[in-house]
Design a protein around this ligand. Structure first.
Ligand code: SF4
Ligand code: SF4
Length: 416
């Protein structure tokens, strides 16, 4: 996929937008401008982080995902619950209540993403031992981070781990298992539905990684499923023991969970988009301690902080800690034979194409001239970053003018 065909899940409802500029200031990639009284998203720059959804009081920004009904077209329906789903319920003592609830709302089978996460952790331990990998290895699990690196930190592309995220591994393993158990089903009769905490995973499913196509068919929001599940889950029910994951897999829902599952203390874990950008800048400048692995989660507190969740991320995180107390460390260990090499099913070849949002021109001399023009223009602007012109900062307006997307007359202060 190339940048100009990237399909986004974060979208604007123009009819609700008042042009208040709140999202303009919050967007970490300066992807938003205000034009004709409403926000406009530059889709080349957007990384689907969801920050603009969080900040908008008018609900003008939304995550476009599918509804549960989208699964009706499949004869055999498989649910892939993200581990963060378990943190949404008060006093949940046993994950099996959630898995049983998913069967009651119409799924034929559940494949826990937490199970796939345990396998990904086990193979990541192998990956770290691979000769020639560039250190520090940056996790590829958060699609916002992978896209951010492609847009803003191309020099770190080689550090990104070529391991597929647990959602994708779960989809492949779930399909495999369904076909083994139900040989009568044709491939297109099996539908795999990911229950997502964030819009970025929905965008990832639409676009894949470079030439890798996702094996997930439908992405629905965790908040939609939460309300369907609540009415079906009852503590009085006797539920079968179904869970196939342990502390390691469920730990992936919160920041630091993926890194601690490596059983190695040479790691760095950061969460929240501003911290993530700061850490990436520090890596680029060679200013970080000598660690082997870096886990970066765009959402505060990790996936439990995604905009499609229901509960406060810290409450969800605490609930998961209580839930993990009484379960085994992992239910998915590799045999000595399985440890010999990492199967293809877990790996992808190519990262998303480098999309240099900061590059002004393909021609070096022209780029330098444009850079000088931006600097000159910026010095003539008031430098108060008021946002009244529709750009987030005076520097961004100067760049828009030089790129031919705005005029200096857009500055309201100069106009006065
Ligand atoms: S926060 Fe952004 S999308 Fe929401 S009303 Fe303000 S300008 Fe419009
Ligand atoms: S989703 Fe994130 S990157 Fe995209 S427009 Fe909103 S704040 Fe900016």
């Amino acid at each position: 996929m190339t940048s100009n065909v990237y399909e986004h899940s974060v979208q604007l409802d123009v009819s609700k937008c008042t042009g208040c500029t709140n999202c303009l200031r919050r967007c970490p990639t300066e992807a938003i401008r205000i034009s004709n009284g409403h926000a406009v998203i530059n889709h080349t720059r957007c990384i689907d982080c969801g920050e603009c959804i969080r900040i908008c009081d008018n609900n003008a920004k939304k995550a476009v995902v599918e509804k549960l009904e989208a699964m009706e077209r499949f004869r055999y329906k498989i649910a892939l619950p993200a581990p963060s789903l378990y943190g949404q319920f008060d006093n949940l003592e046993d994950v099996d209540y959630v898995l049983d609830g998913l069967l009651k709302i119409g799924f034929d089978e559940v494949f826990e993403v937490a199970k796939a996460a345990e396998l990904v952790s086990a193979y990541t331990r192998q990956y770290l031992k691979t000769e020639g990998v560039k250190l520090p290895i940056i996790s590829s699990a958060c699609p916002v981070v992978v896209r951010l690196i492609a847009l803003r930190f191309p020099s770190l592309n080689d550090n990104v781990m070529h391991m597929l995220p647990p959602m994708e591994v779960a989809a492949a393993l779930a399909r495999q298992r369904a076909k083994e158990n139900h040989p009568e089903l044709a491939d297109d009769e099996i539908g795999v539905c990911f229950i997502s905490p964030c819009p970025a995973k929905a965008s990832y499913v639409k676009n894949g990684f470079a030439d890798y196509e996702s094996k997930v068919d439908v992405v629905i929001s965790m908040s939609d499923v939460y309300f369907s599940l609540i009415s079906k889950m009852s503590r009085d029910d006797d539920v079968d023991s179904m869970t196939e994951s342990g502390m390691v897999g469920i730990g992936w829902a919160s920041s630091g969970g993926e890194a601690t599952a490596l059983f190695n203390d040479e790691y760095l874990a950061a969460d929240g988009i501003e911290n993530v950008i700061n850490v990436l800048e520090q890596i680029e400048n060679g200013n970080i301690p000598p660690v082997k692995f870096i886990e970066l989660d765009a959402c505060t507190a990790g996936c439990v902080g995604g905009v499609l969740t229901v509960q406060n991320p810290y409450i969800a995180k605490t609930r998961l800690q209580s839930l993990r107390r009484y379960i085994p460390v992992s239910r998915n260990f590799l045999t000595p034979q399985e440890q010999e090499y990492i199967p293809d099913l877990y790996l992808f070849d190519e990262l998303p194409e480098y999309m240099p949002i900061t590059q002004l021109s393909d021609n070096m001399a022209k780029s330098m001239r444009m850079m000088a023009d931006i600097q000159r223009l910026r010095d003539t602007l008031p430098g108060i970053d008021c946002g009244a012109c529709g750009a987030p900062t005076c520097r961004a307006l100067a760049e828009d003018v030089v790129r031919g997307r705005a005029t200096i007359g857009d500055c309201k202060i100069l106009e006065k």
